[in-house]
Design a protein around this ligand. Structure first.
Ligand code: SF4
Length: 182
C-alpha cells in the first residue's frame, strides 16, 4: 500500500498524552475554514510505502507513548478505502456526516448515563475488551517505571495495579502511560 505523506515528527507533545510520534498525511478534500494545515491540502505526486513509514518510526517506538495520525485528511488517501470500507461491509453507501451524527448521538446518550450513574454501567463491558486485564504491564509515572499486573479499573476510573508483593496500587494521575511488558 502506498500513502501520500506530509511529514513525520518525534517527539510531538501537543497532540495527545506523552511523547508521541506524529504522522501527517498529505491531501485533504474537506477544506475547513480557518484550517491551520493548508500546506497539507494538495495531494502530492510522490508516495511512500507503509514499510518505509515503519522503518522511519521504528527507532522511536520504544520511547513513544503513542502515535497520532493527522493531516490532511487520512481517509482521503486513495488506498485507505482498501482497508476501511464501510460501504463494502454494510452493502450501503454511508454518508460521513450521517455516520458522524450517529456516533455523536450515541456518545451523548452514554454521557447522559455517565452523568447520572457514573462509570459502573460501563465497567463490565469495558473489561470484556481490555486486552491488558491480568497481564504484566509497565506503568510510567513521571520518571518512575512500576511493573505489576493490570488488576482492574475502579468505579472512580483509577487504574488498579497488583504489585509484586500482592498489594494493590491505585493510579489517578492523568500522565500515566501504560505498556504491556513484552
Ligand atoms: S487538514 Fe484538517 S482542519 Fe484542515 S481542512 Fe483538512 S480536515 Fe479541515
Amino acid at each position: 500500500m502506498m500513502l501520500n505523506l506530509s511529514r513525520i515528527h518525534f517527539p510531538v507533545t501537543t497532540l495527545g498524552p506523552g511523547n508521541r510520534i506524529g504522522i501527517w498525511f498529505q491531501g485533504c478534500s474537506i477544506r475547513c475554514k480557518g484550517c491551520i494545515s493548508v500546506d497539507t491540502w494538495g495531494m502530492k505526486k510522490g508516495s511512500v510505502s507503509v514499510d518505509e513509514i515503519i522503518s522511519v518510526i521504528d527507532p522511536w517506538l520504544d520511547m513513544a507513548d503513542g502515535i497520532t495520525i493527522s493531516g490532511g485528511e487520512p481517509f482521503d488517501q486513495p488506498e485507505v478505502s482498501n482497508w476501511i470500507d464501510v460501504a463494502e461491509i454494510t452493502g450501503n453507501t454511508v454518508s460521513r456526516n450521517y455516520l458522524a451524527g450517529l456516533i455523536v448521538n450515541e456518545l451523548l446518550s452514554q454521557l447522559n448515563i455517565y452523568q447520572h450513574q457514573g462509570s459502573s454501567p460501563f465497567l463490565d463491558v469495558w473489561r470484556q475488551y481490555n486486552v491488558m486485564q491480568g497481564k504484566e504491564i509497565m506503568v510510567h509515572v513521571n520518571n518512575d517505571m512500576i511493573v505489576g499486573v493490570f488488576h482492574d479499573i475502579s468505579e472512580q476510573g483509577e487504574l488498579i495495579l497488583q504489585c509484586g508483593n500482592g498489594k494493590l496500587k491505585y493510579f489517578q494521575c492523568g500522565e500515566v502511560s501504560v505498556r504491556t511488558k513484552n
